[in-house]
Write a protein that binds this ligand. Sequence first.
Ligand SMILES: [Zn+2]
Ligand SMILES: [Zn+2]
Length: 496
Amino acid sequence: MLGGFPILHPGETVHSGIARLSSLLDCQSEKRLVASLFGRSTITAVKDFPAQLARLVSSFPKGSIPSPTVLINKHTLFPFFAAFQATAKREVVRQQMINSGAPYLALGLMAASCPYPNWLRFCPKCADEDRRELRETFWHRAHQVPGITSCAKHGIRLQDSAARYHNERNRHEFVDAESTVPQVLGYAESCCDVEAFMAFEAEWLLDHPAVDLPPERLREFFLRGLIMRNIANYNEHIRLSRLKAKMLESYGAAFLTRIGCGVSDSSSSWLTRMLGRNPRRQHPVRYLLMSHFLEQRLSSLFVTARNVSPEPFGSAPWPCLNRVCVFFGTGSIHAVDIRISNNGRSVKGTFACAQCGMKYLRLGPDHSQADRRRKDKIPAYGEVWESLLIALWNDSNISLRELSRKLGVDARTVQNQARRLSLSESRSGVSIASDKKDASLGGGCRPDEITSMRDSWLTAQGDFPFAKTTDLRLSHGKSYIYLYRHDRAWLLERVS
Ligand SMILES: [Zn+2]
Ligand SMILES: [Zn+2]
């Protein structure tokens, strides 16, 4: 058994720790070192997905090296890839890393279209800081992620070292960063926005090993962004040629090809596979690119899911927009009925306040907070609103303008609604030009309905013998309106 394993720095790869150990022991034979660590000398110096970690851990005194699970989550690239894998596959790979197997093959990385770097990479500013604070630098796992080209911390491009990522000539070579990264560091080149974004997201994935991002959930997440940009519609039809053109315009063909995300005709099928109705898993880099394109951080799926407006009308509750409702302007509506309209180009939301009975309709999606107070149509004003209109309609002390102000609608709407409610009398010099319906009898109504409404009104009067009719109109608006429209003579005999 060996004396101890070097304490791993945050984000240091397992390979880097073994390389530092080799250097500390001044090891002359890498094969012998590998044999003492893993029990046999044929183990390859894998930089990102080491296997046989249980054997490695058992080579050191208990507690002097983290457990295999901690090594996997904190010192390998496993979390970056695992987030996008099915649970079963993720466990297979984890077990292969703990025991033995070929995680590369299980993850399909050998055939991945997103190219691996040829060399281990470093950030000159990180290396400088490491040397100042730790007296040595090390291989950072976040700098070895395929497709990621910059340092998330410093926003500069990563640089190639002289150590190969996959060394076919010497598969047992453990090269330590301190002796490989130049002591005199050159010019640090700033990265562009998309590179910084992807590096930041990759680091977030590495730091969150429990994240699970199934392709169906990602498709739904991206579809929302595509609809907002008019690249897809609510029927889930995606304008692929428009999407490709926009991506080329944003990133250029050379960059897309370099990170394995080309969108020329022959190489754009990954978009179809990612966004099709039966989405297939893609290389993580492609998801990061799509996140940047749509300005939707993957982390927002977990961190702020409730604030991100997952639906076209944002999140509940929505305000009642009925001026006469006691809940006017407050969040009294907790559900919205959403229908696709305009051939999938927009959505229609119907909001109903259970307190006052008003229903309003709005075409979406919403684009700002102010939209939440917009109503495009009112299919039903509700009992409370109608009761007040009936109560005030014949009050000659209230002008039409005042009435419309009280009801929160314009004068024409007041007149139209009065006509609909058969309030056919002229009021204060205002006459409603309409086909006056004789509403004194219950024409067109079922006798049992009239009986039921009469019972309801009489019960209300019996329950509240001292209540004014105006109050009863508000509290029992449904039966009052019904009787006013269909059985007015009976009703007027019983109200003061
Ligand atoms: Zn850095
Ligand atoms: Zn209301």
